[in-house]
Ligand binder design. Structure first.
Ligand code: ZN
Length: 101
């Protein structure tokens, strides 16, 4: 299977189904119970944390525990709207902000 096949419609629907299952798992409940966004470290009520794929499914990412993180709605929508390079910039800004605090 090459990388093109990975981002096929079949890959997407299979991994999205896995994400739905993962969201119901105890592991995920424990992750969001911490109430912290993986990206901006904001304190967010568990009900407002979304499951985000660090490597997006569309880019061949998979629904594994290592690739799924809790993200606040702000970060989640930014990640969707921004180009990958712009998203990297945003993360860098967050890191700089954390370092200066
Ligand atoms: Zn966030």
């Amino acid at each position: 299977m090459n990388s093109w096949d990975c981002a096929s419609e079949q890959h997407l629907s299979r991994e999205r189904q896995k994400a739905r299952d993962l969201r119901r798992s105890q592991w995920w409940r424990n992750r969001i119970a911490e109430g912290t966004c993986y990206y901006c470290h904001a304190s967010v009520p568990p009900s407002e944390l979304t499951l985000d794929h660090v490597v997006p499914l569309i880019r061949g990412g998979r629904t594994t525990r290592g690739n799924c993180v809790p993200a606040c709605k702000d970060c989640n929508s930014r990640k969707k709207d921004l180009l990958p390079v712009e998203w990297e910039d945003y993360l860098r800004q967050l890191r700089d902000r954390d370092n200066s605090e």
